[in-house]
Write a protein that binds this ligand. Structure first.
Ligand SMILES: *[C@@H]1O[C@H](CO)[C@@H](O)[C@H](O)[C@H]1NC(C)=O
Ligand SMILES: *[C@@H]1O[C@H](CO)[C@@H](O)[C@H](O)[C@H]1NC(C)=O
Ligand SMILES: *[C@@H]1O[C@H](CO)[C@@H](O)[C@H](O)[C@H]1NC(C)=O
Ligand SMILES: *[C@@H]1O[C@H](CO)[C@@H](O)[C@H](O)[C@H]1NC(C)=O
Ligand SMILES: *[C@@H]1O[C@H](CO)[C@@H](O)[C@H](O)[C@H]1NC(C)=O
Ligand SMILES: *[C@@H]1O[C@H](CO)[C@@H](O)[C@H](O)[C@H]1NC(C)=O
Length: 731
């Protein structure tokens, strides 16, 4: 239960109170699922097998993706529905935090709980497949869809993916790991080839997908782009050799919408289902369907391949027990007015609010300005268009417009708001009737903003920066034109700070922004709620008043200037994009180039203080005759964390590894994190276990993962640049 406290400064930390929606099903093993699938698929003709691999075409069904059903044997049409953060193109759904916020929580339990409620809602609407989680990288802070995913680090995205997949699938809904692979920008997404060496491929971009396969993910979506010159959805190396071979993926691979570009090459390259089915969206015809059946007859594709495709789809359906009373589809994506009334929201607003406050990152807090006690406050001012909902833009199509408070980016990764609690509402309610609230919502009237801010106890000033998929919003074609605030934000913040000594800046953003005002002496606090979804205002107020002690951490680096991002400083317009920074993505580049960020990866403040002590490391490895470690080892670490500050709070303890210098690895890499909640004065123990996965590098020559021999360094800290304890061990 949230919000039990009567006094404002009693802290209730979100993580402590998060209660799971609970598992509905325990998925079958792949072996059990394949045994069941065999019974059906062995009775199917080639035409039937092909029909379940083929979508019915864009806008020809109730969901964004729909397959053909078969009769005798019977297999139902499958409904595939966006988005990674909730049900797209539907009413009466929960529209909560974006993926980037889930990552910013660094809270496995909260990520799992969010996935639980989402899975439950997809199931409630009869959607067999949730098209998420998104797992592409914020290779550049300008990347338009970066906010749908988990930031710049493979380990963090891997945890986000794994917990999300388990959470969705234990509700009996098939999760989709996407987009496979190397789809890190919107610019030229149907035309450009992302070229990357095998080691980088494995250690960075493939890593979260490997964790997804381990989590039992049912489907994987291949992406629009080419990789090393071949389209992802017909890329024999990526789909057959790597995904189905090396990783042993047993579910089905389906295309992104319109990412299939051929018949035989795709089927032979590993694609199992084409979405939404037609050649290009809305064109009619299909690369699969009759074309695929013809290709089998012409011996361009073997019948065995179509059997394998069908087996993968049917087995995944059995794995999630969708044969046991799965609800009828009650969506109507392209005619919302006439969709049946099925309300799946239940009390998911509670979880949506908890994870929104758990993902709010406190960047600056001079002299404990936050939290604020409303009973000691007379007047606050709330300034900026981002503080309030603009009803005319609230639910514009796919949120591809700008105006009012920002709570999600735009594109197919969105869900309509049944309601959106804006910061103005949330703060006004939290401060109560005895506090006067004055507003100025016009970003361009700096005089009015300053007047409004002038004589209040605290001036809250809001601004944002948006991005999304493909569509043009304010001249941004998905990717961001810059990493500056929109809507005159920098000038507005400066005007307010010049006028009020207790200025509190709140930024809603898809990713990093430049902060030319950060050192202004009147800016006492900066909060970073990112993309908080429908509970925006309530979750913000929970942090501001101290009902929740902030524990969100940055899932990306915020630089002082855009050039500091190196390879990520711009979006390539070229049709061949070499990922020349290789392993040095995000903070690994900043560490390597010795560039001081404005706020480092993993950073975030708390209302309390934590002390780290007694780091102990235990190595369990056996060595061969050549004194090299036999290719398996376990390293266990433990340390004490003490809450030495004034209030209850949760710390995010982060573990980074430096590999032996012979490994040629980045200076350090995240390989573990734990969230620990401690009462004031309480001490707790945090444990990490690093196995082969965490200790290995990918050796391109032998095409295998090897544990390098030599000295490792374990850095334990509160961010990537706030290392509190270091230990060395040798393997
Ligand atoms: C369900 O959604 C419709 C359309 O947005 C809305 O009019 C209605 O109030 C919603 N019902 C509930 C109970 O929220
Ligand atoms: C992709 O091509 C580059 C050369 O352009 C090569 O170095 C690399 O190994 C290739 N990647 C894979 C995964 O084969
Ligand atoms: C087969 O594919 C071609 C493109 O290669 C397309 O023009 C045609 O419409 C497809 N045929 C059917 C029956 O879908
Ligand atoms: C950055 O982009 C936004 C949105 O397109 C625009 O409003 C703003 O003026 C740009 N800022 C700079 C410094 O170019
Ligand atoms: C606890 O850590 C803080 C910094 O977070 C430091 O100032 C303080 O001295 C430490 N206290 C103890 C007892 O180690
Ligand atoms: C060390 O690892 C081996 C192999 O995994 C295991 O059998 C053994 O029990 C471990 N020893 C300790 C002390 O954990």
């Amino acid at each position: 239960m949230l919000l039990l406290s009567s006094t404002a400064l009693t802290l209730l930390v979100a993580a402590a109170s998060i209660s799971l929606v609970g598992a509905t099903i325990d998925p079958l093993s792949w072996d059990e699922a394949y045994t069941k699938a065999e019974i059906i698929v062995s009775k199917m003709t080639v035409e039937q097998k092909v029909s379940i691999t083929t979508g019915v075409g864009w806008q020809n069904g109730l969901c964004v993706g729909n397959t053909y059903p078969t009769t005798n044997p019977d297999f139902p049409a499958l409904c595939l529905q966006d988005a990674p953060l909730g049900i797209r193109l539907a009413n009466n759904v929960t529209s909560g935090v974006a993926g980037i916020n889930a990552a910013a929580s660094f809270d496995k339990k909260a990520i799992r709980a969010r996935a639980n409620y989402m899975g439950k809602e997809f199931r409630g609407k009869g959607a067999h497949v949730q098209l998420g989680p998104a797992m592409n990288f914020m290779r550049s802070p300008l990347s338009g869809r970066g906010w749908e995913s988990g930031g710049e680090d493979p380990y963090l995205i891997g945890v986000l993916a794994s917990e999300t997949i388990k959470g969705i699938q234990e509700q009996g809904v098939i999760a989709t790991a996407k987009h496979f692979l190397l789809n890190e920008q919107e610019m030229n997404r149907h035309l450009s080839s992302s070229d990357v060496d095998a080691r980088t491929l494995h250690e960075i971009y493939l890593w979260p997908f490997a964790r997804s396969v381990e989590a039992g993910v049912g489907s994987i979506m291949c992406s629009y782009n080419l990789a090393n010159g071949t389209y992802a959805c017909e890329n024999d190396y990526l789909l057959n050799t790597v995904l189905k071979g090396e990783l042993g993926f047993k579910g089905f691979i389906h295309s992104d919408w319109g990412a299939t570009y051929s018949t035989a090459e795709s089927a032979n390259g590993g694609l199992d289902m084409t979405m939404p089915g037609d050649i290009t969206m809305g064109s009619g015809g299909s690369f699969f369907g009759k074309n695929l059946t013809d290709a089998v007859k012409a011996n361009q594709v073997s019948e065995d391949r179509t059997t394998d495709m069908a087996m993968r789809i049917v087995a995944t359906w059995f794995k999630m027990k969708q044969d046991e009373g799965f609800p009828e589809v009650s969506l109507n994506s392209f005619d919302l007015e006439n969709s049946p009334y099925v309300n799946v929201q239940e009390d998911h607003n509670i979880l949506a609010r908890e994870i929104a406050s758990a993902s709010n990152v406190l960047l600056k807090n001079v002299k404990n300005t936050l939290p604020i006690d409303p009973t000691k406050t007379k007047k606050i001012s709330i300034i900026g268009s981002d503080a309030a909902v603009d009803p005319s833009t609230l639910n514009c199509r796919n949120h591809a417009c700008t105006g009012g408070t920002l709570a999600q980016g735009w594109g197919s990764g969105t869900a309509y708001f049944s309601y959106l609690i804006d910061p103005l509402t949330g703060l006004t309610e939290a401060f109560g009737d005895n506090v006067q609230v004055q507003t100025s919502l016009n970003d361009w009237d700096l005089k009015e903003a300053a007047e409004t801010a002038k004589d209040s106890d605290y001036a809250f000033v809001f601004s944002n920066s948006n991005s999304g998929e493909e569509a043009d919003v304010a001249g941004n074609m998905g990717d961001r034109n810059n990493i500056s605030l929109w809507h005159n934000g920098d000038n507005l913040i400066k005007a307010v700070a010049d006028a009020n000594k207790n200025t509190i800046v709140v930024i809603h953003s898809v990713g990093p922004v430049l902060m030319p005002w950060i050192d202004h002496p009147n800016i006492k606090a900066v909060l970073w709620p990112g993309l908080p979804g429908q509970e925006s205002g309530y979750s913000l107020a929970d942090i501001v008043t101290g009902k929740v002690n902030p524990s969100g951490r940055l899932p990306y680096t915020i630089a002082k200037k855009v050039e500091d991002y190196g390879a990520g400083a711009s979006i390539s317009k070229d049709l061949v994009i070499p990922y020349q920074e290789k392993l040095l993505v995000g903070y690994k580049w900043f560490d390597h180039a010795k560039i001081e960020p404005l706020f480092p990866f993993g950073y975030g403040l708390s209302y309390t203080k934590f002390n780290y002590s007694q780091l102990k490391v235990k190595v369990n490895a056996s060595y061969g005759d050549n004194k090299k470690v036999v290719n398996d080892a376990t390293v266990e670490a433990s340390l004490s964390i003490r809450n030495g500050g004034p209030v209850e709070g949760a710390e995010i303890v982060q573990a980074y590894l430096s590999f032996p210098s012979s490994a040629g690895s980045p200076p350090k890499q995240l390989r573990g994190f734990e969230k620990i909640l401690l009462q004031k004065g309480e001490k707790g123990v945090v444990e990490f276990k690093f196995g082969k996965t965490e200790l290995s590098i990918y050796d391109a020559e032998t095409e295998s993962w090897v544990i390098p021999s030599g000295q490792f360094k374990l850095h334990i800290g509160a961010s990537s640049r706030d290392i509190r304890k270091v230990a060395k061990f040798t393997l």
